[in-house]
Design a protein around this ligand. Structure first.
Ligand code: GLU
Length: 476
């Protein structure tokens, strides 16, 4: 039944959760235990800036501790509020369960417009926020491990890690207290691109299943599909770039804060990103038509719509007019529960957020493991792997000489085969494997069960089943 009013973000997540549990058989009471948010800590702290004390409000919400540490980003935005942080924390629980990263769900946020402060001021604010959270174990390698989210990045994560280290000088695992750090401060290769890369791998996997593609009315390959991308931040930029440069996807429109750009022959994602960096928006970008009211461009005809910015951009107000037959939720919660209902009725296929944007937390998991291992991935094996490959190449070359012109090894093969995998290649391979396995788990029950008719419900059912199993193992 269609909701009468637009639900809040948290209500939306709960409605999607309820839809899934209605086709599950959970022990009495467990459903509520899983759905509710365990705790939300609100902190108000002062920082002396520009000659006066300014008070900031921040949150860290812990949705589920069925596995610890709990995991989830810290968002800096003026719109941050408790409802949003709790919805995002719940999504983290289901996301981690779906992609089998051994974490519970958490999320943090600070009500701040980071563009209003210079770097030094942001450092003071971040360190103070981190201090408040760390002293309550809401930042801790074994209990709660934040990461970047909207408005934060490597720089903030490095400050947080350093703050934690100063407060816990003898903790040998201090680096694992936060992920998304810069490489020189304990980070991992490929973390910045990870969420966008995950979106790419998710789409590739979807297109490996022709029967799933057919549900949307689309056919054929990913190559040549037309995509509209909303938001050219870290997630949208990497997803759009990889899809257009490596998979032949044509990005026909980019929707940003100050309007949208349209070019049916395909936009140059890199050039648009550079234009935004130097001009503060998309307006004036040469060689594409500009539309000031960006939100109508979400309704533009295309094959794939990629919302990669804020939650709630597809709501009961515009869902009916969305023309894309396939939507991949690169952002968290871009489609409200009311809009989801309308789109499902229209036959739109939605690749849901908890799967589509799980690349970020997956590579965060690799970073956390790297930090606990105190060694870079591949450091022990790389040269040994190369030496073994060399043995085979030597043998083939011997054969080459013996067979003469009738057979020869291409130089390209030799070069590629000889090179042992570095950290970036290992991270990408681990991420690809994770995205494929998670898709398979959703796909199986989507196809097998008549009462599960969409990918989102399938994703929630897989995730909730796993959370329920770990509660059972704990004796609950
Ligand atoms: N903020 C990202 C998300 O929403 C990443 C979380 C993490 O890496 O822990 O999934």
């Amino acid at each position: 039944m269609e909701a009468l009013r637009e639900p809040s973000f948290r209500e939306s997540v709960d409605l999607m959760f309820n839809r899934a549990v209605s086709v599950m058989d959970l022990p009495p009471g467990l459903e509520e235990k899983i759905r509710v948010c365990n705790a939300t800590y609100t902190v108000r702290f002062g920082v002396r800036l520009r000659g006066r004390i300014q008070t900031f409000t921040g949150y860290r919400s812990v949705h589920s501790e069925h596995m610890e540490p709990v995991k989830g980003g810290i968002r800096y935005a003026i719109s941050v509020n408790q409802d949003e942080v709790e919805a995002l924390a719940a999504l983290m629980t289901y996301k981690c369960a779906l992609v089998e990263t051994p974490f519970g769900g958490s999320k943090g946020g600070l009500c701040i417009d980071p563009r209003e402060y210079d770097e030094h001021e942001l450092e003071l604010i971040t360190r103070r926020f981190a201090y408040e959270l760390a002293k309550r174990d809401l930042i801790n390698p074994a209990q709660n491990v934040p990461a970047p989210d909207m408005g934060t990045g490597e720089r903030e994560m490095a400050w947080i890690a350093d703050q934690y280290r100063r407060m816990n000088t003898t903790d040998i695992n201090a680096n694992a207290c936060v992920t998304g750090k810069p490489i020189h401060a304990g980070g991992i290769q490929g973390r910045v691109e990870a969420t966008g890369r995950g979106v790419q791998y998710a789409l590739r996997e979807f297109f490996r299943h022709p029967e799933d593609v057919a549900e949307s009315g689309l056919g054929g390959k990913l190559d040549g599909k037309r995509a509209v991308v909303q938001g050219l931040g870290n997630v949208g930029y990497h997803a759009a770039r990889f899809l257009s440069e490596e998979d032949g996807v044509i990005v026909t429109a980019i929707v940003e804060r100050d309007g949208a750009l349209i070019d049916d022959n395909g936009l140059d994602v890199e050039a648009v990103r550079n234009w935004i960096a130097s001009h503060g928006g998309v307006k004036g970008y040469p060689g594409a038509s500009y539309v000031a009211n960006g939100s109508v461009v979400l309704e533009k005809e295309c094959d794939i719509l990629i919302p990669a910015a804020l939650e709630g951009v597809i709501s009961m107000n515009n869902a009916e007019r969305i023309a894309a037959p396939l939507i991949i939720e690169a952002a968290n919660g871009p489609i409200t529960a009311g809009a989801d209902e309308i789109l499902r009725r229209k036959g739109t296929v939605i690749i849901p957020d908890l799967y589509a944007n799980a690349g970020g937390v997956t590579v965060s998991y690799f970073e956390w493991v790297k930090n606990l291992n105190h060694i870079r991935f591949g450091r022990m094996q790389r040269r040994q792997e190369e030496a073994r490959h060399q043995l085979l190449v030597d043998e083939l070359e011997r054969l080459d000489r013996y067979l003469g012109d009738s057979w020869s090894m291409t130089p390209r093969f030799k070069e590629r085969y000889l090179r042992g995998a570095d950290e970036l290649e290992l991270v990408r391979s681990g991420l690809d494997d994770t995205m494929r396995a998670a898709y398979q788990s959703m796909h199986e029950i989507w196809r097998e069960r008549d009462d599960i008719t969409d990918l989102r419900t399938a994703a929630y059912v897989v995730a909730i089943q796993r959370v329920a199993l770990s509660y059972r193992a704990k004796g609950l």
